[in-house]
Design a protein around this ligand. Structure first.
Ligand code: BGC
Length: 725
């Protein structure tokens, strides 16, 4: 069952639950005590491998070391292995590093989010961990858990959802999957790194209570579930202080209230000062990026002097080192297994399965799943569908087995401009459709010119338009339109052919001025290296769609908390403040609080079968639990995602996702589901006493098909309680 309560986190000074862990932390202490200061200082930085941004080989990295985002030397005489860190959100990254290396290219994080499947998140993490270990990496910079607060955020595709419970549970499962392979996982970017625009100079402002009940809760759940060895801070400031030097966030919340035992690393190019160590930062990452950004490598150049003259207390340095060693020892980095042999075919099947479960059928007036099978002639239009599927751009990009189908340099201003590319993974939807429908006439038009595409569309029984958008690190979207005239293309094609289906590949919601003109819309996110096949399976009905939206699609930006995005378009280096005045009411919570009906709600996703929800029974007391029955009332096997929402607390209406469960059902089959809320989603955080206050009284809840479409309602009385952070 998903959404269970979590046990408290353990670690130094905290509640220790695993004897293996206490041994490991004891050992970390003993090893650290034997170190020289030079050895201690060598552990608290990482050096970036040779890549196009840092092209000269850094002599601190020994010959023969696999190049990637970070390298930290070990201390051989004490049995401390080096740290070899690789990026990770969508696979073991390689573009720019390790010429010729390839790895399984996963669907976007937000596609995993759309599966609502924690078991799959674990398996997917385990796959990442195996592939990392097979290449000699023992740290994955995975686990992006920032909430999709802003539908223009260029990096939402790397994250999971707009909801703290969904993001926290999926990230936690994925982290555990990675770490079970003896590879440390990192959750990032702590916290409120919710926009890319001028991210190095961005001040994210939020009330403490709201932060605890939203973005911080996502991190808290992910950390409790996954026990990641490392946490990476964001580029941005939070309430005026850089995340990497934010004493409140790192020392008071993460290490204090949550008793986090692991180490805190900066993002690459996010440590302007050695004093961040005083705020709680344990490791400066990719030091050459700091030199590029801030003309300094502060933990390399300034920390030794600060230690020598006492500005950096010796206990702080010991703590930094012990945290790193503790994570190494609890994860087993000091007793590595033989590098695993990777079964690339099995991994391909897994990413295919993830895409199949994460693709969301947004609209279907009945044309799917039989339309393509019944058509004699099909026009496939646009989106480079003859070549492959899109993946996001930035540090998460992965060269798939066999290489990219194409890479187009897009460019743009700022430090990330040179790395901004249209990447196409070689899983061509056109080729897959031809394979699946060998008897049909399938013609392709590149969609370059709407009038030309319309000429082909009008001759076909069905037109399928593939629409794409490049999104990625360093760039926010200026609006929700499709680039390169694709909205005009869809308009022209759908006027020429009344049976038009649109397949979207984006990492965020899309404005759909043509919504009423098309018969079906399939949202494929960035579907990974087997994406063309997964899309084809959904279009032909070989697979019944089951993805659910992990992010609300607005009618327009006017419905969102910030119709204007602060700083958008400003020059690189411009200080910008974003006030998250919506507070904890992010995503679907915001729409409910404002009374807005979105275009497509959080949790929405159609199926080729139908599900009925019945027999809701709710109990209260110290927590809220619900039992209900879901029945597949249609004629195909399929999966439903049962969602339990809080709709009102004693003090008034409040929407919160409390628990969810993905259920696979044969036609006619029923299953009884037990759901249990995480009490923090029923309570309010009290900043005075750093505790959650669950008010006594009557709570109302609903089972929903989406956050806004409820099938069953119930209520229960809860005892009041106060529990710790
Ligand atoms: C990204 C991180 C990434 C790091 C190392 C940064 O630009 O924000 O997510 O882990 O680079 O590549």
């Amino acid at each position: 069952m998903d959404g269970r309560e979590c046990s408290p986190l353990s670690g130094p000074g905290g509640v220790m639950t695993r004897s293996h862990d206490s041994d490991a932390y004891e050992r970390a202490r003993a090893v650290e005590e034997q170190m020289t200061d030079d050895e201690r200082l060598s552990l608290v930085t990482s050096v970036m491998g040779t890549n196009p941004m840092s092209p000269v080989r850094d002599e601190r990295i020994p010959e023969g070391t696999p190049m990637s985002a970070g390298y930290t030397p070990g201390v051989q005489r004490l049995g401390v292995p080096p740290l070899l860190m690789s990026d990770a959100s969508l696979g073991v990254t390689n573009p720019g590093y390790r010429e010729g290396d390839t790895a399984t290219a996963l669907p976007a994080g937000i596609c995993l989010g759309a599966t609502f499947n924690t078991r799959l998140a674990y398996t997917s993490g385990a796959m990442l961990g195996r592939e990392a270990a097979s290449r000699g990496f023992n740290v994955q910079l995975a686990g992006g858990v920032n909430l999709a607060r802003e539908v223009r955020n260029g990096r939402n595709f790397e994250y999971l959802s707009e909801d703290p419970l969904l993001s926290g549970l999926l990230a936690g499962a994925s982290v555990k999957g990675i770490q079970d392979q003896k590879v440390i996982s990192t959750v990032k970017h702590f916290s409120l790194n919710c926009n890319e625009t001028n991210r190095h100079w961005l001040d994210a402002r939020i009330e403490e209570q709201a932060h605890r009940e939203s973005d911080l809760l996502a991190f808290q759940i992910a950390i409790e579930r996954g026990r990641p060895g490392a946490v990476m801070t964001g580029y941005n400031k939070v309430n005026g202080a850089y995340a990497g030097g934010n004493h409140h966030l790192i020392t008071e919340v993460l290490k204090g209230d949550w008793k986090y035992p692991g180490w805190v690393m900066s993002d690459w190019g996010a440590t302007p000062s050695w004093e961040f160590a005083l705020a709680g930062l344990d490791q400066e990452s990719g030091v050459q990026m700091d030199r590029l950004m801030w003309k300094n490598e502060p933990f390399v150049t300034d920390l030794p002097a600060a230690l020598a003259d006492g500005r950096l207390p010796r206990e702080r340095l010991s703590d930094m080192v012990r945290r790193i060693l503790g994570s190494m020892f609890t994860t087993g980095l000091d007793t590595p297994d033989e590098p695993p042999t990777v079964d690339l075919n099995a991994h391909r099947d897994l990413v295919l399965d993830t895409a199949r479960q994460g693709i969301v059928l947004l609209k279907n007036d009945g044309i799917l799943p039989d339309g393509l099978n019944q058509a004699a002639r099909i026009a496939v239009i646009g989106g480079f569908a003859q070549l492959g599927v899109v993946t996001g751009t930035g540090s998460s990009a992965v060269t798939p087995p066999g290489g990219f189908a194409a890479v187009m340099k897009i460019g743009g201003p700022g430090i990330m401009g040179t790395a901004r590319n249209l990447y196409l993974l070689p899983s061509s939807p056109l080729a897959e459709l031809k394979k699946a429908l060998p008897d049909k006439r399938i013609d392709f038009d590149p969609g370059m010119n709407p009038a030309e595409a319309a000429l082909l569309a009008e001759k076909a029984d069905i037109a399928v338009v593939f629409a794409i958008r490049v999104e990625g690190e360093g760039f926010d979207l200026a609006d929700l339109s499709l680039p390169w005239g694709q909205d005009t293309l869809i308009d022209a094609v759908s006027r020429a052919n009344p049976n038009t289906i649109v397949v979207l590949q984006t990492g965020n919601p899309v404005a759909m001025p043509w919504l009423d003109q098309v018969r079906a819309i399939v949202h494929a996110w960035y579907p990974g290296q087997a994406g063309g096949q997964a899309v084809t399976d959904i279009l032909t009905g070989a697979v019944n769609p089951s993805g659910r939206l992990p992010i609300t699609f607005p009618h327009s930006l006017d419905q969102t908390p910030r119709p204007q995005l602060a700083g958008l378009g400003s020059d690189w280096g411009t200080a910008t403040t974003i006030a998250y005045d919506e507070g904890a009411e992010t995503g679907h919570r915001w729409y409910a609080a404002q009374g807005h009906e979105p275009l497509f709600a959080f949790g929405h996703g159609l199926s080729y079968t139908t599900f009925e929800h019945s027999e809701l029974a709710v109990t209260g007391g110290d927590n809220l639990t619900a039992t209900m029955t879901v029945t597949n009332t249609g004629s195909r096997a399929g999966a439903d995602v049962v969602q339990l929402y809080l709709t009102a607390a004693p003090d008034g209406p409040r929407l919160r996702l409390l628990a969810f469960e993905r259920v696979e059902l044969e036609p006619g089959a029923s299953q009884t589901i037990d759901l249990r809320a995480d009490r923090r989603l029923l309570a309010r955080f009290n900043t005075e006493d750093h505790a959650w206050n669950l008010a006594p009284g009557r709570y109302r809840m609903a089972i929903g098909r989406t956050a806004h479409d409820h099938t069953l309602t119930g209520e229960a009385d809860l005892d009041g309680s106060v529990f710790s952070a």
